[in-house]
Design a protein around this ligand. Structure first.
Ligand code: NI
Length: 179
């Protein structure tokens, strides 16, 4: 297992829709394992493959950040098939350091995906888990949470993001690494 460098804005891989995973092999399982380790080290509650530079539809989510067994979910080719309600809450992203804002998301969702063996499954999620899954599925479509903001919040976040990109020289960071 290895910690992977996390890509940050304005890396174009973050804006590109990812390709579906078609091969469920050892490479995919290794990538997922490294993504889980990287997510826990960050620490974060979710990580999508494009955030480690791989434009594939793979994401990992654990809203307990490794504290609860059974809380880790691995989604290959996830698709949100239904959603209900709207709820607004604070959200951030490992690829956009120093920026968080209130994003409106569905309260409850049903997601269909495959596991690392290629077997299909369906998961019902609500609250934080639903939010994290929506955020990661957005990553797989090349969408960042800033694009989900509306009106003045959006303008303010875009300004902050622009300033941050201008100031920042790094294109990635590795959890736990010293700079
Ligand atoms: Ni994110």
């Amino acid at each position: 297992m290895a910690l992977l460098p996390i890509r940050v804005v304005p890396d174009p891989v973050l804006r590109r829709p990812c390709d579906a995973v078609e091969t469920f092999d050892e490479d995919l399982r290794r990538l997922a394992g490294n993504m889980v380790e990287t997510m826990y080290a960050a620490p974060g509650v979710g990580l999508a493959a494009p955030q480690v530079g791989v434009s594939r539809r793979l994401a990992v989510v654990d809203v307990s950040v490794g504290k609860e067994s059974g809380a880790l979910h691995v989604f290959v080719n996830p698709r949100i098939v239904s959603s209900e309600g709207r709820v607004s809450d604070l959200e951030g992203c490992l690829s956009i350091p120093d920026l968080s804002d209130k994003v409106e998301r569905p309260e409850r969702i049903v997601v269909q995906a495959r596991n690392l063996e290629g077997e299909p499954f369906e998961l019902r999620a609500e609250e934080w888990l639903a939010r994290a899954i929506c955020h990661e599925v957005d990553h797989l479509d090349g969408i960042l949470f800033v694009q989900r903001l509306r009106g003045l919040r959006r303008q303010r976040a875009e300004r902050k993001l622009k300033r941050w990109i201008e100031r920042n020289e790094k294109t990635s960071w590795t959890p736990g690494a010293a700079y």
